[in-house]
Design a protein. Structure first.
Length: 557
């Protein structure tokens, strides 16, 4: 059914608390949250969530903090994350999420910069080091999970009478400060009001046709804008059912329990799903099976069931570009991945490829209703909508730099728009580099073509002040199960095919196969799994600048 634009343009923005109270009254005994704990699934009804949030609000009010004080949430996704967030809203304070993968410097910077008064702590990636980074004297509340620290226990914190009534915030009040993932340096605090971020969440619910029968798996970081808007907040408008993941090891069990109807992922995870399937069914065999009538549908259905995505009606990808070849590969097995685009600064509500169109693979879709997008003279994508941020916290100069005089957000992404309004990203303005020949190269399209090789899991094209650019690649674990000579031949074939389609100044001089995987832990990926290009180029400067004779170089092998 086509979207009725009047639903968005004429629909008043309501706060998440207003929606919580509505579901509490209309379907209070229905399950809203399902949290796995030690293999058991604990459930929270709408009434449970509302009651617990009121208890959090009561304890926060007891602290007698100034209205609008910043309260941090430092945890992996869990039911308590949602409840604490709602309680912070009820108490009239501002939430400050921190990625559960954050390092010592980031933790200390955010807590100091935002002047956080209380910190909720839950499951973390490196708990001992991360908790040690919390400044002494900052009160903490420990969610009921191992490693959450020695602050006030969650059970003790909520052991109180809930606040009376159902307070609702002024829609223009600041709701949250979301710190960017720091792919280009120190994180910036993006200030969002209830109106900006909730306009996005409410309209995403309408555009994506979410309803109370939907099931969503919350596993991407809630400290990131996409999960916050499209999962947590949108679920409050739609009344759907949220499931959480207990740990990385239980992911398959937990997604099987959920059987999501809407599934959002990021390019790196889609690639891992593909490699996992190919480890069980080699590509040649899969190609043959998919060409046989009737059998092809059975095979595709079995693969979807194996991923627990047989009930999914909308598959999505965001955070970074997804290689078109991967989208096309999944399309053949009945998984139609709709790419979307957005930023922390515009509430992750920019464009979407909904409904899916095969002829638009490789684009990020077109603007959502209510969003105005233009391509500036320098090719930059600029966006204007009610969900644009209020400001960067305590940084008026940076705020002024990123907003145009007529109210458009400078996104830093370069792109092209076709006659139907579909946009193709051609790179990041800051990622574009100049070779020693004085020619500019946009790495993103070249990286996407290299990713078509099934052995390549990660790639970064670099070349500032080099005669020709080079590509650093990380191979998948599956690649090392093959004869490395045949893998090398495959890489060289891809290398030559990619170069044949490039302009002379873009042609890659060589492929550098890196031994070490790029991860969050070694600081080469952001918490949203984007490559930290500036960190990678600095760390491997010697490797990048070295003069090699061969076109394929195995580093440290």
């Amino acid at each position: 059914m086509p979207l009725d634009p009047t639903l968005i343009t004429n629909h008043p923005v309501m706060s998440p608390l207003t929606m919580l109270y509505q579901w509490e009254a209309s379907q209070g005994e229905s399950v809203y949250l399902t949290q796995p704990v030690s293999g058991n699934y604990e459930t929270y009804t709408w009434k449970n969530v509302a009651n617990l949030a009121r208890r959090v609000a009561a304890r926060l009010q007891d602290l007698q903090l100034e209205p609008g004080s910043r309260i941090g949430i430092f945890s992996k996704n869990c039911a308590e994350w949602f409840i604490a967030d709602l309680g912070i809203m009820m108490a009239g304070h501002v939430s400050v999420p921190i990625f559960s993968t954050a390092g010592e410097q980031t933790i200390q910077y955010i807590l100091q910069h935002a002047n956080v008064k209380l910190l909720f702590v839950g499951k973390l990636d490196d708990a001992d080091k991360q908790i040690a980074a919390i400044p002494e004297g900052l009160p903490t509340v420990a969610f009921p999970y191992p490693g959450a620290g020695e602050g006030t226990a969650w059970s003790d914190f909520i052991d109180c009478a809930p606040i009376e009534g159902s307070p609702a915030p002024d829609i223009h009040q600041v709701m949250t400060i979301i710190y960017t993932s720091g792919s280009t340096g120190r994180p910036k605090g993006v200030v969002h009001t209830f109106k900006s971020v909730c306009w996005a969440a409410q309209n995403a619910m309408i555009t994506l046709a979410l309803n109370r029968d939907d099931r969503l798996l919350s596993y991407l970081p809630l400290a990131h804008i996409t999960e916050r808007v499209l999962v947590e907040l949108a679920s409050l408008y739609a009344g759907g059912h949220i499931y959480f993941v207990e740990s990385l090891e239980t992911f398959h069990r937990d997604i099987h329990t959920c059987e999501p109807t809407l599934f959002i992922s990021v390019p790196r995870l889609w690639t891992k799903f593909q490699l996992g399937i190919l480890a069980k069914i080699p590509q040649k065999k899969l190609d043959i099976l998919l060409k046989i009538p009737l059998l092809n549908q059975l095979v595709a259905s079995k693969i979807r069931r194996g991923l627990s995505l047989q009930c999914t009606r909308l598959w999505a990808s965001g955070s970074a570009p997804l290689a078109p070849a991967i989208t096309e590969w999944f399309h053949k097995i009945g998984i139609h991945i709709s790419e979307g685009w957005g930023m922390t600064e515009n509430s992750a509500y920019g464009t979407a490829s909904v409904p899916f169109r095969k002829d638009k693979i490789g684009t990020i879709g077109k603007a959502y209703e209510g969003v105005d997008i233009r391509i500036a003279e320098n090719g930059e994508i600029q966006v204007k909508s009610p969900c644009n941020m209020h400001s960067y916290y305590l940084e008026p100069e940076k705020t002024a730099e990123v907003l145009t005089a007529d109210g458009y957000l400078k996104t830093g992404d370069k792109g092209e728009m076709d006659s139907e309004g579909y946009i193709r990203i051609t790179g990041r303005l800051k990622d574009i580099f100049k070779t020693a020949k004085g020619k500019y190269v946009a790495p993103a399209p070249i990286e996407a073509k290299l990713m078509e090789n099934p052995f390549v899991e990660q790639v970064c094209v670099s070349g500032t002040n080099l005669p020709q650019p080079v590509a650093l690649v990380v191979l998948s674990k599956e690649a090392y199960q093959h004869d490395l000579q045949s893998v090398g031949s495959s890489l060289l074939e891809t290398f030559n095919n990619v170069n044949a389609a490039l302009e002379s100044h873009q042609v890659l001089d060589r492929l550098l196969v890196m031994e070490q995987e790029w991860t969050i832990e070694n600081d080469l990926l952001t918490p949203t799994l984007k490559v930290k290009r500036h960190v990678l180029e600095a760390r491997f400067e010697t490797v990048i600048q070295e003069n090699y004779r061969d076109k394929l170089v195995w580093i440290n092998r």
